[in-house]
Design a protein around this ligand. Structure first.
Ligand SMILES: [Fe+2]
Ligand SMILES: [Fe+2]
Length: 293
């Protein structure tokens, strides 16, 4: 039994960072294991960094909402690119968050813990002036909203930011994973946030990104869906004590955390098909993605 299985230790904050559950293509065994871990270990908070559903269908939302509502922990959920209504363009533009009504209180909400605050940042845009809507976009107003929240926190608060898309702009000529990501990262570095938690790429990582005003820690969670990239289903256990943050990429396959983590952020969330794409040491790359029905 894990030594902390009976609940939190004093002075230490434990956050379970889940991502990309993709209800509709979830991994039932992995999801049930994650739920049991939450029940048994009682983390201070659960952060779900987006892509709750596969196609934003009503039945996928119902399953997602039921699962999240049953968790006995403070939860914050980021909206992912898969959570925008695909099949109803009017709804996508007019009321993209409507399907989330039942968990509205958890949607991109701040969680305040002793000495630590989890502050959300929006990255999923309902429409963009480019064809690929799966990419992230940190708008000026979304960034301002997050920065205002951070600036309102008491001095000395350790800040964790949660967002769906990793805040890197790896590509050029408009192929950036997250438009506005570099600007956002720099503002967060200026405020000395402890880490930025994200999802979207379906493999875990724990990287330091340099900016003009200093480094930022970027922590990515893997997926709890069957839409695997190069690692088995996993979630991150994040522990914060005395200003230090440690990350464990927990998984049912007993793969060690360093082998789970990729050493660079890929440009998309698709299984790697080219030799130069970053993969984890386990590299369990599916030949095809499972079909969505
Ligand atoms: Fe995803
Ligand atoms: Fe995504």
């Amino acid at each position: 039994m894990r030594d902390e299985a009976r609940g939190p230790q004093p002075g230490k904050i434990r956050i379970f960072h889940l991502s990309d559950i993709h209800f509709g293509l979830e991994d039932p065994a992995a999801l049930e294991w994650a739920r049991q871990c939450i029940v048994n270990e009682v983390p201070h908070a659960v952060v779900v960094t987006g892509d709750l559903t596969m196609r934003a269908r009503h039945r996928e939302y119902i399953a997602a909402i039921e699962w999240i509502n049953a968790l006995d922990a403070p939860v914050t959920v980021n909206i992912g690119n898969h959570d925008m209504p695909y099949f109803n363009l009017v709804e996508r533009f007019v009321a993209p968050y409507r399907r989330y009504r039942a968990i509205h209180a958890m949607l991109e909400t701040e969680i305040d813990l002793p000495g630590v605050a989890i502050v959300p940042l929006k990255s999923a845009a309902r429409a963009q002036w480019r064809l690929n809507w799966s990419k992230g976009w940190i708008t000026r107003s979304a960034l301002d909203e997050t920065l205002e929240r951070i600036d309102a926190l008491p001095q000395g608060t350790q800040i964790i930011v949660s967002v769906h898309h990793p805040l890197v702009e790896t590509g050029t000529k408009g192929t950036a994973l997250t438009r506005g990501g570099a600007r956002a990262l720099e503002e967060l570095a200026r405020r000395k946030v402890l880490a930025v938690l994200s999802g979207h790429v379906h493999d875990p990582f724990d990287l330091i990104e340099e900016t003009a005003v200093g480094p930022v820690r970027m922590i990515g969670a893997g997926t709890l869906s069957r839409r695997l990239r190069s690692t088995p289903p996993s979630f991150n256990e994040i522990a914060i004590a005395d200003g230090t943050i440690t990350v464990e990429a927990r998984n049912l396959s007993h793969v060690a955390t360093p082998d789970m983590q990729i050493d660079d952020v890929p440009e998309n969330a698709l299984p790697p098909r080219n030799a130069d794409e970053p993969v984890s040491a386990v590299a369990t790359i599916p030949i095809v993605d499972p079909p969505v029905h």
